[in-house]
Design a protein around this ligand. Structure first.
Ligand SMILES: *Cc1c(COP(=O)(O)O)cnc(C)c1O
Length: 405
């Protein structure tokens, strides 16, 4: 492997010359990381307040996760699904037990999990619910984020994510997020499923009004439609519970999982849920060369072990109260609004101050990494291994930045 004796600007120039410009990263070049901290190529350390959009819920290189990966690297990494291997069934059983579900469909990226849920819901609609062929609809929410494939951007309301990528996949109906009456109006006998993020991350960590998710569940039950919860970012302890849906005591028929399921080491995703729904898939109808591979399953099993202790859910709940109390003090003092749940916050910077981009750049200078979403919103999602002192340090830096101190 070649290493360049180069500074930050040289690495950035390389990226700009050789990689497609589908991202606009902060000018920080990370070389190493551990726990809640990363170190750049110049040796400067930063507190990671983004945690890979929740892919790093357990922090960077959690020892138990690295150990599981190393152990599996010494045994077998890939078989393809042409053959059985000794990690798949255990991973699926342990994930089903953790999530209280019956069947697991393993994939790799989050977008693939969502695609898989869409396909399964459609097939279930034709074969079980009896919707006429080709007429199944899936109701989705405005300002959603479910990934980047052609079908998924077909039901995005973000023009940047959609423009010039048509023609789009039909069969989706969009309603305003958080508006239960709009949802009720949109559901018909052709509705196969309602697909929702229990908290909308990309939209700015938007928590729906109390009762919305329970009402969505009730509407789905009345219409014989599936409730699909996209918990790729909100799930696996991020909000202080295993699923964000748990805050309202609501169960989905299908959950899409990803991000933290791979422990920040591997892309590991899954659809988990009801046997009679996921059970519609037959051999040859769906799959992925890497989905459910031995290395992914071994890392996923170690993630499941960490979640089974409840420690990370508890940390997120307790430290989340601290984070939100501290951020709340800044409302009216540079912040217009703070939203979120657990160790997850969307903060709107007061108008006339810095843009989100300027704030995230200023925070990086002060050794705190987070990222803007939309013009003046910052998304804060520290790894769940962060300490209260580290949270204070990050919030103090934010206070300085937004008040121009
Ligand atoms: C990140 C995310 C996805 C897409 O996951 P990828 O691994 O980036 O494909 C889907 N849904 C939600 C809610 C997400 O946060």
């Amino acid at each position: 492997m070649t290493t360049f004796a180069a500074g930050t600007t040289d690495y950035i120039a390389l990226d700009e010359q050789w990689s497609t410009h589908n991202y606009h990263p902060l000018p920080v070049v990370i070389a190493e990381a551990e726990g809640a901290w990363v170190t750049d190529v110049t040796g400067k350390r930063y507190l990671d307040f983004l945690a890979g959009y929740s892919a790093l819920n357990f922090g960077h290189r959690h020892p138990a996760l690295v150990a599981a990966a190393v152990e599996q690297l010494g045994r077998v990494t890939l078989t393809s699904r042409a053959f059985h291997h000794d990690q798949l069934g255990l991973f699926c059983r342990e994930l089903a037990e953790l999530t209280g579900t019956e069947l697991v469909l393993p994939m790799n990226s989050g977008a693939e999990a969502v695609e898989s849920a869409v396909k399964v819901a459609r097939k279930w609609a034709y074969q079980v619910k009896g919707i006429p062929d080709g007429q199944a609809q899936i109701v989705v929410a405005g300002s959603n984020f479910h990934g980047r494939t052609t079908t998924i951007v077909s039901f995005s309301t973000d023009e940047t994510a959609r423009a010039d990528f048509g023609p789009f996949t039909p069969g989706f109906v969009t309603v305003k997020y958080g508006d239960a009456d709009a949802l009720a109006d949109a559901i018909t006998e052709r509705t196969a499923a309602v697909l929702l993020e229990p908290v909308q991350g990309e939209a700015g960590v938007v928590v729906p009004p109390e009762g919305y998710l329970a009402r969505a569940r009730q509407l789905c039950d009345e219409a014989g439609a599936l409730l699909i919860a996209d918990e790729i970012q909100s799930g696996l302890a991020r909000t202080g519970t295993l699923f964000a849906l748990d805050h309202e005591g609501v169960r989905a028929d299908l959950y899409t999982l990803g991000k933290a399921l791979g422990g920040g080491i591997m892309p590991v995703s899954a659809v988990v849920g009801r046997r009679d729904v996921l059970g519609v898939l037959r051999p040859g109808e769906h799959g992925s060369t890497f989905g459910g591979n031995p290395l992914a399953c071994a890392v996923g099993r170690a993630v499941i072990s960490l979640l089974a202790t409840g420690e990370f859910q508890e940390r997120s709940a307790t430290l989340g109260r601290h984070l939100h109390a501290r951020l709340g003090e800044l409302v009216g003092h540079g912040l217009a609004e703070v939203r979120g749940r657990g160790l997850w916050a969307g903060v709107d910077i007061a108008p006339g101050r810095l843009t989100g981009r300027q704030a995230s750049e200023a925070l990086a200078t002060r050794g705190v990494l987070c990222k803007e979403t939309h013009d003046n919103t910052l998304r804060i999602a520290p790894p769940l291994v962060v300490t209260a002192e580290e949270l204070d340090r990050g919030v103090d830096a934010l206070a300085e930045v937004i008040t121009g101190a």
